[in-house]
Design a protein around this ligand. Structure first.
Ligand code: GTP
Ligand code: MG
Length: 480
């Protein structure tokens, strides 16, 4: 088996990766076709986590994807809706394949930008696989999806078909996402939340994004600054949505896209500077003004509006004297893209890795079930499963099934708490300065409590959850 390819920017490999990798080497040592299986599963293990961006029509998904990638690769024109699921993965040269629902692939000529010329109806397309050389994509793979709306049930079906294992399709045509970013621009609607639930993520690997923060509330001419207003609203929404998303981050994707894709030029900065003396109210009257009276050509004002929106037009003027560089810096800072990236690459990534590892265990189980060398494989798989390093994977799997079976079961909170903790004390939600002896005592108490709960469970998923908690507390009590 070849050496693991550790994605750059991914940091040191974690114990979960290392333990599964060791098991894959044991699998490959059994020889024959298992070498190929080990390599295939190893490639999944070591590739960056796949984060899917979902939300209603025109929520700003493709704009955010471009901002994160740092290149205008996803279609965002006002009249052009995204109609196929697109996977953006780090790779050179820049190219795209269309993956059909039967799992076959065909290259797409890139100049066309869409799959319209392919002679394939959208319904036959599972997803488009786009390779872009991008540093940002070395840590995470991004998946853009068609927007959800009651009027476009077909879009929701397209997204579901590509995302949900075994949904009217072969495994080969599934994009296998490990985490989700859920975009909404005020309060998510019930049908959006229901859709999100069907995707089968947990709040730990789902991030809420309050999008278009620059036009939040009454916009730039309203009484409150839209960005501050959006930040306050995100704080109010987070606890209300905690059953679905781990956090809510406000983002102005348009400002971030412009700042990070190199489209804003010094000529734009000069035009913006020329508009500096105009009052905000007069700024929006310019579109109706006599062209001869305009400080800059009308098309230039339209262009600025497209690049930086109304909020940018009003507030970026103060930075225009410093040229495109300074405007871009300001746009990037106020857009909220940096806090978003930090969540994506840290906590969301951490739980995405756990969900991915769970999927790999399922693949290994399938192999142990069907392969002639099943006895050897079973030994390898059961040793991995019971390894303390894999305890968080087991907890995550238990949480996923419990959320599907019985989302209000008390063990949901407990599993979430143990998983969120990065130390034993945090997992037990006790004083971070607790001594090993205190940690041991609390873990023992929790073990007893779990045993009591096990006497009257409501579902098989709850049994599994309590077994996972027992395993976790036993490891914590031993001092991990
Ligand atoms: N002011 C402002 N406009 C935005 C922002 N993000 C997106 N837009 C605009 O909203 C429109 C839709 O953006 P897209 O990124 O295409 O939205 P989408 O969710 O991908 O849309 P669909 O693929 O059709 O569902 C475009 O005209 C964007 O310029 C933002 O943060 N602020
Ligand atoms: Mg789109």
């Amino acid at each position: 088996m070849s050496a693991p390819h550790i994605p750059p920017g991914a940091g040191a490999p974690d114990p979960v990766h290392l333990r599964i990798d060791a098991a894959l080497h044991q699998l490959a040592d059994l020889g024959g076709d298992l070498v190929g299986h080990a390599n295939r599963i190893g490639a999944i293990l070591w590739s960056p986590p796949r984060i899917v961006v979902v939300g209603r029509l025109k929520a700003g998904k493709s704009t955010l994807v471009n901002a994160l990638i740092g290149a205008p690769v996803a279609e965002t024109a006002a009249l052009e809706a995204t109609t196929v699921v697109t996977v953006y993965e780090n790779g050179a040269p820049s190219r795209a394949d269309v993956v059909l629902t039967d799992g076959t692939r065909r290259p797409v000529p890139l100049a066309l930008g869409t799959t319209a010329s392919l002679d394939v109806p959208d319904t036959a397309v599972a997803y488009v696989h786009r390779f872009v050389p991008s540093h940002a994509l070395s840590a995470i793979t991004l998946i853009d999806t068609p927007g959800l709306a009651t009027l476009t049930a077909a879009n929701a079906a397209t997204t579901e078909r590509a995302l949900i294992d075994g949904f009217e399709q072969t495994r080969a045509a599934s994009v296998d996402a490990d985490a989700a970013v859920f975009l909404f621009d005020s309060m998510p609607r019930t049908d959006e939340v229901e859709f999100l639930q069907r995707l089968g993520f947990t709040p730990l690997n789902t991030l809420g994004v309050l999008s278009r923060a620059d036009s939040f509330g009454r916009g730039v001419l309203g009484g409150r600054d839209p960005l501050t207003h959006a930040a306050d609203h995100a704080t109010v929404l987070a606890p209300r949505l905690s059953g679905h998303v781990g956090a809510v981050v406000p983002v102005a994707g348009l400002l971030a896209q412009t700042a990070h894709t190199g489209v804003f030029t010094d000529a734009d900065a000069r035009a913006l500077a020329a508009l500096a003396p105009v009052t905000p109210l007069e700024l929006f009257d310019l579109f109706d003004a006599d062209p001869a009276a305009l400080p800059v050509p009308r098309e230039q004002v339209w262009r600025l509006l497209e690049l930086i929106g109304e909020y940018g037009l009003v507030h970026a003027r103060a930075h225009a004297a410093g040229g495109a560089h300074q405007v871009n810096h300001w746009l990037s800072e106020v857009s909220g893209i940096h806090p978003l990236r930090a969540v994506l690459e840290q906590s969301l990534r951490r739980f995405a890795v756990l969900q991915r590892a769970g999927r790999i265990l399922t693949e290994l189980d399938a192999l142990a079930y069907s392969h002639p060398a099943r006895d050897h494989i079973r030994q390898i798989v059961s040793a991995v499963r019971t390894d303390p390093a894999l305890m968080p994977v087991e907890l995550m799997r238990a949480l996923r099934s419990l959320l599907q079976a019985d989302p209000i079961a008390p063990a949901v909170q407990e599993l979430t708490q143990v998983l969120r903790g990065t130390t034993a004390a945090e997992s037990l939600s006790i004083d971070p300065a607790a001594s090993p002896k205190q940690i041991h005592a609390v873990a023992q108490e929790r073990l007893v409590a779990v045993q009591v709960q096990s006497l009257s469970t409501r579902s098989a998923a709850e049994d599994t959850a309590l077994a996972a908690l027992t395993h976790a507390y036993t490891i914590i009590a031993r001092g991990r």
